[in-house]
Structures are given as structure tokens and as C-alpha cells.
Design a protein around this ligand. Structure first.
Ligand code: NCD
Ligand code: ZN
Ligand code: ZN
Length: 346
């Protein structure tokens, strides 16, 4: 049995770091485990301009401390200027743009109402090699919340892949068997991130003994057959699947509320939560690919120098992290993790 794992330093390809006092509280947790992270732009107002994103990156560097590189993204809005997108990419301010269907998730009110409205931006991104990151859910209220990702594949994702054959697309935080199969069967330009919570919970966990607001996120967790499919994809060794925690902090009073926010804060225990799944699947030998190699390969970035270690150990996850707007409840808080993040190997 492997009790000690040494892997190349990993990256997190999907995080929400927020801003202000919340940013200061959460950024060190991501920077402790990951060398780089793709930072989502769903701030209020959305981070859509070169100037706004450059300034945001500077605040993140300050909050995270040395040795952490934020990889920034641009929030796509209807009619966004292709020239502005290209300028941000050429100046190294951002590496990708994020497509939020309008009103699909937290802070997506300024998202895209119709793909046709960003077609010129997507054409330009395809030409210059800039990646498209997609929150893949339809916003049609007539579609059941548990079907919104699968329906998005049919209504939008298939067409995106077909109409922009050279555009590199990441299907973010996939939650269904349909998405895992679609990405697996798709071209090499298509990849997906998978969160630690969607590998671990199914929809029953949200209602176990009462309503569990800290397990509510979007896309919502699905039936257990979907979790099984996600686990299979993650441990498959396919370079199309890589680590993206979707760590999404919200102050406790905004989650424990009559209309609670969507998002799970997992940054303090991200690697432990993932490695546990690979361990359960008998796939510890595949963990480095998923955590540290497939993401850089897809984004065309070098892998990190340096290594980190994880050990089998009895460790409890922290319950909460104190943040300016209020405490943030941690994923797996108070629970036994079974693995310890040992930090850099020197
Ligand atoms: C994210 C957030 O809080 O910003 N929430 C979530 O439930 N995943 C937004 C997102 O990634 O869709
Ligand atoms: Zn999302
Ligand atoms: Zn997210």
C-alpha cells in the first residue's frame, strides 16, 4: 500500500478568489497547495476589461504571497470587443475567457444571452489560441435543474465544438455521465475540469438528515451513477481531464439563509479530498497526471518545477476559515481526511 506520494507541484484550473477581505482570507489557502490557478472573473462588476483584470491580478499576488501565479480570465459579455480580448491576451494579462450563460450561476447576471452575440470574440480567440472556459448549464427554467448540464451539451456545446473546430474549450466542473462521455469522445481541443466534491458526493448528500447548504453548488450534484462516471474519467489517465476545485467561498450567513448562495469552499483541503478519491479507486499512480500534468499540457504551459508530498495520516479538516465578511465553512469541515498535505519536498 502506498502511504506516501510525491508528485510534481500541482495547479488548480478553476478557482474563485473573490476580492477585498475575502480574497485576503482565501488566497493563501489556494497558494499553499497550488503553484498556479485559473482565477474566475465573476466579480461584481464582472472583470471584463484589460485594466480591471490587470489590477485584480496585482491584488491577488499581494494576498497570496510570493511563489503563486494567478492565471487570469476575462468575463465574456454580450458584444464584448474582440480587440480588447486580443489585447489582454497579447499583453499577458489573461490566458482565457469565461462563458457564463446569463443567470446560470453566482454573479452571472452580465453573462452571455446568446452565443451569436460573442461569435466575433470566439472567432478571434480561435485565431490567436486563447482558451474558452464554459459554465455548461442551460438557463431555461423549464429544464429540470438536474438536467441542465446534459441539455446544454445538446443545445450549445455540440455546436460550439463544431462551429469553432480550432478553439480550445474547457467544459468546467462537469457533473454528469453525459459530459464525461461527450468530452472523452470529443476532439483534442476539448477538455474538462472535475471538482473534488463532485467526485465524492451525489445529490442525496445535499439532503442527508435535513438540508445541507454547504453542499449546494452549481452545477448541482447529480445521481450516484454520474459520480461513478466522473470518478472513472478522473482516474482514466486521459489528458482531457484535470484538476479544478471550483473552490467558491461565501460567508456563512449567505449560505445558511432562506435563499442561500451556490458554492463550496474546498481550498484548505483540496489535494487531500482528491487524493482520497484516487486512493479509493486504486489509482494513486494516475494522480500526478490529473493534478499536475494534464492541465499545463492543455493550456500549453510548462509543468511546475518542484514537488510536493502527501502522506496517509489521521487528519481532521478545519471547520471554518475566518474572513472579513464572515466565516466561511470548509468542505469536509471536522471530518477525517485520511491524508495529509506535507507541502514542498526539499
Ligand atoms: C461559483 C461561485 O460561487 O462563484 N459557484 C458554484 O456553485 N460553483 C460559480 C460557478 O462556478 O458556477
Ligand atoms: Zn460555474
Ligand atoms: Zn466556478
Amino acid at each position: 500500500m502506498t502511504d506516501h506520494l510525491v508528485i510534481r507541484r500541482p495547479d488548480d484550473w478553476h478557482v474563485h478568489l473573490r476580492d477585498g477581505a475575502m480574497l485576503e482570507a482565501v488566497a493563501p489557502h489556494t497558494a499553499r497547495q497550488f503553484a498556479r490557478a485559473i482565477v474566475m472573473p465573476n466579480l461584481v462588476p464582472p472583470a471584463s476589461s484589460v485594466d480591471a483584470v490587470r489590477a485584480y491580478a496585482a491584488r491577488i499576488r499581494k494576498a497570496a504571497g510570493p511563489g503563486f501565479e494567478p492565471l487570469m480570465t476575462c468575463y465574456l459579455t454580450d458584444g464584448i470587443s474582440p480587440d480588447e480580448i486580443e489585447r489582454g491576451y497579447a499583453e499577458g494579462v489573461w490566458v482565457a475567457a469565461k462563458l457564463y450563460p446569463a443567470h446560470a450561476t453566482t454573479n452571472s447576471a452580465h453573462g452571455v444571452t446568446d452565443i451569436a452575440k460573442i461569435a466575433p470574440a470566439l472567432e478571434r480567440m480561435q485565431r490567436i489560441g486563447m482558451k474558452l472556459l464554459v459554465h455548461g448549464e442551460v438557463t431555461d427554467k423549464a429544464v429540470d435543474i438536474f438536467d441542465r448540464e446534459a441539455v446544454f451539451i445538446e443545445r450549445t456545446m455540440k455546436r460550439l465544438v463544431k462551429d469553432f473546430p480550432a478553439l480550445k474549450i474547457v467544459f468546467e466542473h462537469i457533473t454528469t455521465k453525459e459530459a464525461a462521455e461527450f468530452v472523452t469522445a470529443g476532439p483534442a481541443t476539448l477538455a474538462a475540469t472535475i471538482t473534488p466534491h463532485h467526485l465524492a458526493i451525489d445529490r442525496n448528500a445535499i439532503f442527508e438528515g435535513g438540508i445541507r447548504p454547504h453542499l449546494y453548488c452549481l452545477p448541482i450534484a447529480k445521481r450516484s451513477i454520474h459520480r461513478t462516471a466522473l470518478r472513472k474519467a478522473a482516474v482514466s489517465g486521459s489528458p482531457k481531464f484535470f484538476l479544478g476545485t471550483d473552490t467558491a467561498p461565501h460567508a456563512v450567513h449567505t449560505k445558511e439563509a432562506a435563499c442561500g448562495c451556490a458554492g463550496i469552499f474546498n481550498a484548505p483541503v483540496a489535494l487531500e479530498a482528491y487524493v482520497r478519491v484516487f486512493d479509493e479507486e486504486g489509482a494513486l499512480d494516475r494522480f500526478e497526471g490529473f493534478a499536475s500534468l494534464h492541465g499545463p499540457a492543455f493550456y500549453g504551459l510548462p509543468v511546475n518545477e518542484g514537488r510536493i508530498a502527501l502522506s496517509r495520516a489521521s487528519v481532521k479538516a478545519p471547520e471554518r476559515v475566518a474572513a472579513g465578511p464572515g466565516d466561511v465553512v470548509c468542505y469536509l469541515g471536522g471530518q477525517e481526511l485520511g491524508w495529509r498535505f506535507e507541502g514542498p519536498v526539499v
